[in-house]
Design a protein around this ligand. Structure first.
Ligand code: VG1
Ligand code: CO
Length: 542
């Protein structure tokens, strides 16, 4: 029986960079998730009888939310749902399943790298039939609908047993509880030279993969240890926990410190990698060498042909605007285009669908390719393993070699988290107001060449997205970017992205923060961060 339930709109159900993210208690309010899901269904056309994919990163409230979504999908008229066992599907695996099974779309329950638990964060996002995040015209429509919603429809029925594989029914809708790893692992086997990687591990090569008590544990264990023969124990924190063990499942130098310390130590493994809450981010670290995500994208682009899935070469590269220009140098050399998009994976979808780009990346530890329509943490790790297995050099050697050929883009990001929202907005507005007067200004010895507010025109559908970050370019080729985060759940997060190109190989081994110290000072002084926010230092440096 389908129940029609009266409701009233909630404010602020506006999807951000990657879906709707709020604190768990916000989602637990009566009808909150129902309102959003109904607003979503109301914004879609002609899905009667179609397939919907549902899964999440296993965080607190995942199972409850999935039961609600299942019953609403049944009431809305979907014909079939594929749901990951235990309610689990990593974000890239969800994208893979949507594509492989030609689903109409998918709903992913995740707040990615944000902390979980009863007081942590929760999130929900919709992916379209190409497997990628819904484009802005869809998320805008959902938000508009959420403001006027008066009722939602839900099936009265028993909860689905998410832990039993196989087919059941919810009303007229077929529910298929699937193995969350199988389709994804099969795809990885098609893209990469598993034999070469197996030989690498058999030769004694050692690695650690930190799943950060989040969703990639089962995927990494099945692929790295059980399929590729990595030593048992290679995967650390491999059991997904609803609160990620109380940690912040964000694979970077700050939150994956245990892994970093291990790989940096003398007796540590040669190679380390980590992934985030929902499995779409990756961190790559070799003994003695952390690889910045921007460099990783460039190195992957330059070496992708070594993997069977990319042996024909890549057609183009796409990177988000704040990501360093290292990939552009590779594109130049390959004679292909490097597209520069706003932050967020949804902007890569059209480029990938149109075959304009093969690999994509963001400075925020996101890398991926046209194999799915999400960034993909384990994919990046396997790509690196494939490169290491073929080149038989260390990560440090491969990186040094890359810089020797292309030069080095020193790069860092400084985040000021949970800043007062009004202060952050004022800071950005003030920078915007000064854009025209900045060129020619000399700050700490560097002259501003030009400054703008990044806008993007999608080359495929012509849609325009504005106000995507303030860019300040200097005459020596350095760049500072200011942007406010669209994924936070408390106050505002100001992100400052800094970059300086160094062609001289004799100067490739400086400490990044030292190499960028002058620029960091300018980045703080220009908008008077301390005066406006009361913060004398960033919260997180990556
Ligand atoms: C951040 C990153 C962005 C990424 C997004 C989603 O967004 O900067 O590059 O696409 O998170 O990643 P923002 O708006 O906070 O800067 V995930 O792994 O959270 O889905
Ligand atoms: Co993520």
């Amino acid at each position: 029986m389908i129940r029609v339930v009266a409701t009233t709109p909630y404010d602020g159900q506006k999807p951000g960079t990657s879906g709707l993210r709020k604190k768990v208690p916000v989602f637990q309010q009566p009808h909150y998730i129902e309102n959003f899901v109904q607003a979503l269904f109301d914004s879609l056309d002609a899905f009667e009888g179609e397939t919907l994919v549902i899964g999440g990163d296993g965080r607190y409230y995942n199972r409850e939310a999935i039961q609600t979504v299942l019953k609403m999908a049944a009431a809305a008229g979907f014909g079939r749902v594929l749901v990951g066992k235990g309610g689990i599907l990593s974000t890239p695996a969800a994208s893979c399943v949507i594509r492989k099974h030609e689903a109409f779309g998918g709903i992913i329950l995740s707040a990615s790298h944000n902390p979980g638990g009863p007081e942590g964060d929760f999130g929900i996002k919709y992916n379209i039939g190409n497997g990628g995040p819904a484009p802005e015209h869809v998320t805008d429509a959902i938000f508009e609908r959420s403001k006027t919603i008066r009722e939602y429809r839900i099936l009265d029925g028993e909860d689905v047993d998410l832990d039993a594989l196989g087919i059941t029914r919810l009303g007229d809708m077929v529910v298929d509880v699937i193995d969350p790893v199988e389709d994804y692992a099969e795809l990885m086997g098609e893209l990469f030279d598993f034999d070469a990687i197996r030989d690498l591990f058999a030769s004694g090569f050692s690695m650690r993969f930190d799943a950060m008590s989040a969703v990639t544990g089962p995927y990494a264990t099945a692929i790295l240890e059980e399929t590729l023969g990595a030593r048992p124990g290679t995967v650390m924190h491999g059991t997904p926990l609803p609160d990620f063990g109380g940690h912040h499942p964000d694979p970077n130098l700050v939150h994956a410190k245990e892994l970093c310390d291990l790989v940096m130590s003398e007796e540590g493994p040669e190679f380390g990698a980590a992934s985030d809450g929902d499995g779409d981010r990756n961190m790559i670290i070799g003994r003695g060498r952390f690889v910045t995500p921007s460099d990783s994208l460039a190195i992957i682009a330059a070496n992708a042909h070594l993997a069977p899935g990319y042996k024909a070469g890549i057609t183009g590269i796409a990177r988000s605007m704040p990501t360093s220009g290292a990939a552009d140098r590779v594109a130049d050399k390959l004679g292909i285009t490097c597209y520069e998009t706003p932050t967020g994976w949804k902007f890569f979808g059209n480029l990938l669908d149109a075959g304009l780009a093969t690999v994509c990346g963001e400075e925020s530890f996101g890398t991926g390719s046209n194999h799915v329509r999400e960034k993909d943490g384990l994919w990046a790790v396997l790509m690196w393993l494939n490169i290491l297995a073929t080149r038989r050099q260390s990560v440090a050697e491969i990186v040094a070699d890359h810089w020797q050929t292309y030069g080095r883009n020193y790069y860092t990001r400084h985040d000021y988290e949970e800043v007062d929202s009004a202060a952050a907005d004022a800071l950005m507005a003030d920078l915007r107001a000064r854009l025209e007067t900045l060129p020619g200004t000399v700050i700490n010895g560097l002259t501003v060449e030009r400054a703008d507010d990044f806008a993007y025109r999608d080359p495929v559908d012509g849609s325009v997205t504005t106000k995507q970050g303030i860019r300040v370019f200097f005459e020596d080729g350095s760049r500072i970017v200011y942007r406010l985060s669209g994924t936070g759940t408390a106050g505002a997060t100001l992100r400052i992205y800094l970059e300086r190109f160094e062609p001289d190989a004799a100067r490739h081994d400086l400490d990044t923060q030292d190499a960028l110290a002058g620029l960091v000072q300018i980045a703080r002084d220009l908008p008077d961060i301390e005066g406006r926010t009361g913060r004398s230092a960033p919260t997180v440096i990556t």
